[in-house]
Design a protein around this ligand. Structure first.
Ligand code: SAH
Length: 266
């Protein structure tokens, strides 16, 4: 990735950023749950309209940048254009929502950088079915942003989060958007979601040392899993299920994600 020097940001730099913005407190998500409800209750006031016009313009600029960084899939770019990323951040950070960086969402977690969100979905869509995705699974809901983008390219989106407060934050963020095809689940995503498997696509928003075999078993034949793999040095991997007991792996590019962790955190 030619942009490797500029991003993804290291977790250290995120820490600094969040400290100066004074947002990365454990209370952030809880506070946001309340803010999310307020947002919904707020009427379309005189203030809201100019704000949304501004965000449309900056979102357009963000999508232009993502396209210049190499994402070609029009459907993915359209989805990125449609989802109001600033509504997934707490108000103090909303003005930074469209910069090309991951940003803190509380609980030492981040909303992923726009480029990598788009890239992962593009790779997942490049399947043998011409991009048709019936059921997809996201592991690591975080604030719910990527799930919202996914809801525009797949018929059904299932997203699992292991931190209860973030699961609830995503719920609060998504509720006012009334997206009918997202199902959020609180649990350990390393186990996948066997009750609704198989999936045409699986995206991991957190990096493990390897992709759990359980997840590979939950792909349809022809299904594609996209995941960051590694610790300090991470690479984006694409694993396609090519047969009942056969998977094909490709390493795509460097990336930087928060770690995938087992179990749940209440
Ligand atoms: N998808 C988010 C990114 C969230 S960051 C976005 O749209 O920006 C990654 C998330 O993965 C964190 O919230 C973290 O708590 C979660 N996570 C890590 N390990 C997990 C696991 N085993 N199961 C479910 N979620 C996990």
């Amino acid at each position: 990735m030619s942009e490797g020097k500029r991003f993804p940001l290291s977790l250290d730099s995120l820490g600094k950023q969040s400290k100066s913005a004074q947002v990365a407190t454990p209370q952030t998500a809880t506070r946001n749950v309340a803010l999310g409800t307020e947002q919904r209750a707020r009427p379309a006031s005189d203030q809201a309209r100019p704000m949304s016009m501004v965000s449309d313009a900056v979102r357009q600029a963000m999508v232009g940048r993502v396209a210049r960084q190499g994402v070609r899939d029009e459907k993915v770019l359209a989805a990125m254009l449609a989802v109001p990323r600033h509504l997934f951040l707490e108000p103090g950070l909303a003005s930074q929502a469209y910069i090309d960086a991951s940003l803190p969402i509380g609980h030492h977690q981040t909303i992923s950088q726009p480029y990598i969100v788009a890239r992962m979905i593009e790779v997942m869509r490049a399947n043998r079915n011409g991009g048709l995705l019936n059921r997809v699974l996201e592991i690591g809901t975080g604030c719910g942003y990527q799930a919202a983008v996914l809801s525009r390219v797949a018929t059904e989106v299932y997203s699992v989060e292991r931190i209860k407060a973030l699961h609830e934050l995503a719920r609060a963020n998504l509720r006012p958007m009334r997206i009918p095809n997202i199902r959020l689940h609180y649990g350990d995503g390393m186990l996948g979601f066997p009750r609704v498997a198989p999936f045409d696509g699986i995206i991991l928003a957190a990096a493990g040392m390897e992709v759990p075999q359980t997840l590979l078993e939950q792909l349809t034949i022809g299904g594609r899993l996209v995941a960051p793999v590694g610790a300090r040095h991470q690479v984006l991997q694409l694993i396609e299920r090519v047969g009942n007991d056969e998977w094909k792996t490709a390493t795509l590019e460097d990336c930087h994600f928060v770690p995938l962790r087992p179990g749940t955190a209440g």
